[in-house]
Each structure stands twice: as C-alpha cells, then as structure tokens.
Design a protein around this ligand. Structure first.
Ligand SMILES: Cc1ncc(COP(=O)(O)O)c(C=O)c1O
Length: 407
C-alpha cells in the first residue's frame, strides 16, 4: 500500500499566495469592470536589464551551433559565474568566499527549502515570525515540527520580530541548532546592523548552531553602514550558509538563477559529536538531485557583473525603491505607521485590524491587492505588506485609490 508522508497533513491552510490568488480571482469574476492592482506577491514587473538580454541571446546562439553547443554543465554552476560572484559580491566587500564555495541554483526558494534535509530531523529550529513561509513549511514537511495550534507549530522556536524590538528578533531563551535569518526581511523590510548580526554569529559559535542567512533582497540596501552579507561578520564562515538570488536584483523571477554559499570551514556534527564539513554534504546533495542551471541563464546572470549590467541593476532597484518611497509616504499620510521600503522593496504597515479583513477591504473597495501580515506568522496579525514591485503608474494609481477609500 502506498502511504503518504503524514507530515504534510500537519500543514495549516494552503500556501499564502494560493489563498490570495483564490480571493482575487473570485473578486475579479464578481467584478469584471474593476481593474485590480497587485501590490501583493513580490514578483518583479520590469524587463531584464539589456546587458542580461544581450548575453542571454548570445548564449542561445552558441547553443545553436555544433562547435559551441553545451550539454550538461557542472551541477554547481559554471566557473565564469561563480568567479564573478566571488569577486564582485564578496571580495569587493572584504569577504572571503571562494568560487567553489558558491553553488549556483535555480532559486533561493529551492535552496532555502532543500537545505534542511542535510540536517538531523530532531535538530531544534528557530524561525523568525513574521517571515517568508517556506522556512516553516519545509520543516513541517520534513517532520521536524509537531502539529499546529492557533497557527504555531510545536517544536519551533519562533523568533518574534515586533515594533518593540525594531523587527530584529532577540536571541532565543532556549538553545536552538538551526537558525533562519532573513535580512532585508520579507515581509517587514527591516534590516539588521553588523552588531545585531554579530550577536547571532557569536550565539551560533557558542552553541555549535548553524545560521541560514537569506539575503535575497541584499541589492536594495542603500545604507552604507548595513552589512550586505553575513560574511562581513567575523566568524560567520564557521557557522553560516548564505542564500542570494538574481530574482529581485536583476528581474530573474521568471528566468531563475540564485546561489548558496557554503564555506568549507562550516562544520556540523554527528550524534557522537564528530565533525563533518557541510560543504561536502551540500555538494553531494546538490550534485545528486540537481543538474545545473541552463547555460544561457548563467550567461545572462554573469552579465549583471559587467559595468553596464551593474549600472542597469542599480537602476532597476532604484526604480523599485522609489515606488517604495511613494507607497510608504502615501500610507503614512493616511496616519498609518510603516516600516521598511528604504533598504527593501517591502513596506510593512500597521493597521491594527485583522489582516485578512484588511486585505478584503483593500481588494473590494480599491481593487488593490496587498499581502495580509498574518500569512507570514502570528506576529504579522494587525499588519499588511505592500510590495514596491509594479510599474510607476500602477503604484501611483493604487495610492490614489487607497487615499480616497481609506481617508
Ligand atoms: C526571503 C525570500 N527568499 C527567497 C525568495 C525566493 O527567491 P527565488 O526567486 O530565488 O526562488 C523570496 C521570494 O519572494 C523571498 O522573499
């Protein structure tokens, strides 16, 4: 008899964005006359930078010729991309990351979801609340949690991120083994200073814990004092894996390219306390289950690091940050307290009301789609997230509509 993985039955409700899509579709069917503006899901709207397009086209042409055609590439990614990342994203910021510590993948969603399988099922996990839901759900699927009551799973240490702590969680009261951190944060847009990250790195070193640092929104950081990589913190190479993505940096959400950094100095332990290099384990996992990102996509990603590419991606992220400024300004004008939007493409808005009810209010009165804060965790109740990923005209129209219905 074929049996199911019963851990899946513990998952509460459907995936957040599936729920949103269902409500939006129902609204559109009932009101076909109303145009809906989506400031909910964090998907980019602007086309790929021209430098990426050119490299993409050239690589497709190479695939069309017998002499330059390529079949399977290295599972870990082509050296040209890994070297460019090591040089521009790490060495240029004083971080020691070798090209062979970089694993190219088709997304940070997969990386952050897959990585947990190399750790024991009974490690204790600490996950921010609110945060990107993939971290919790993949641990539920793996059987690392108990069942949920009132939206919280047993055996998860929730790292509460609230107005009181500036949306940067404090260290947990009880020891934990696997710690997820996400800065700039989705959904709050909050960032962590070097001192704050240092506290976590020191904690992980002291407790032989491991940090999974998701920096998918690093390219939106404008404050020069803020760290862009966890490896800017001394000692992080011994305790942290970092995830980065071209999705939001360069508009690759539909093109798919990202990477994980697994330093060779990172160790995890067996039940006898024996040390194991995590790099070797991830290499084994990655090359067994993944056959590499396509060559044209990796060429397009490498073009981000050309002089033209750098200028263009800066222009793209500046464009979304200007949207974020407009959104935050408009919501603050309405008397709502907001965070984020300055070093992140998300604005986290305190409404003080049930977040799905507020979602329905914005949808039905203004045709504007937000993301209800509760979808990111219990601490998101009373908040909504607005995303800066849309065209300028749609953002302006959405803000006009909200100003008239919420005043
Ligand atoms: C925090 C965070 N990590 C990872 C991802 C997914 O990135 P990718 O498109 O590389 O899978 C997202 C996407 O919204 C995200 O918000």
């Amino acid at each position: 008899m074929i049996r199911i993985n019963e851990n899946f039955s513990k998952l509460v409700a459907s995936y957040l964005f599936v729920d949103i899509a269902r409500r939006v579709t129902a609204f559109q069917q009932a009101h076909p006359e109303m145009s809906v503006i989506r400031l909910g899901i964090g998907d980019v709207t602007e086309p790929l930078p021209p430098a990426c397009i050119e490299a993409f086209h050239n690589a497709v042409d190479e695939m069309a010729q017998r002499d330059t055609f390529r079949g399977y590439g290295p599972e870990q990614g082509y050296a040209f991309l890994r070297e460019a990342i090591a040089k521009h994203d790490y060495a240029a910021r004083g971080c020691k990351v070798e090209p062979d510590e970089i694993f190219i993948s088709d997304g940070s969603k997969c990386d952050s979801g897959n990585v947990q399988e190399i750790f024991a099922t009974d490690v204790s996990i600490a996950i921010p609340d609110p945060v990107y839901p993939v971290y919790v759900d993949t641990n539920v699927m793996a059987g690392r949690t108990g069942v949920a009551t009132e939206g919280r799973y047993a055996n998860v240490t929730y790292l509460e991120s609230t107005a009181a702590n500036g949306y940067v969680p404090a260290l947990p009261a009880q020891p934990v083994d696997l710690i997820y951190l996400c800065f700039p944060n989705n959904p709050t847009g909050a960032t962590a200073t070097k001192e704050q990250l240092r506290t976590w790195v020191d904690y992980a070193r002291e407790h032989r814990a491991l940090i999974l640092f998701d920096a998918a929104y690093e390219a939106f950081i404008r404050d020069p004092e803020l760290p862009r990589s966890i490896y800017e913190i001394e000692g992080a190479r011994e305790v942290a894996i970092e995830f980065r993505s071209f999705s939001k940096t360069a508009g690759f959400t539909g093109t798919r390219c990202a990477w994980a950094v697994v330093p060779k100095s990172l160790k995890a332990f067996d039940s006898q306390g024996g040390e194991h290099p995590v790099h070797a384990m991830w290499n084994r996992r990655h090359s067994t289950k993944f056959n590499g990102v396509s060559y044209p996509v990796q060429r397009a990603a490498a073009a981000v690091y050309t002089a033209a590419g750098q200028k263009q991606v800066r222009g793209l992220t500046d464009f979304y940050l200007e949207n974020a400024r407009l959104i935050r300004g408009a919501m603050e004008n309405l008397g709502l307290t907001c965070v984020g939007g300055d070093n992140a493409p998300y604005i986290w808005i305190h409404t003080g009301r049930d977040s799905w009810e507020y979602f329905d209010l914005l949808l039905t009165k203004a045709g504007v789609v937000c993301t209800p804060g509760a979808g990111f965790g219990r601490c998101g109740e009373g908040y909504i997230r607005l995303s800066a990923f849309n065209s300028r005209s749609k953002v302006e129209e959405a803000m006009d509509r909200l100003q008239s219905v919420l005043r």
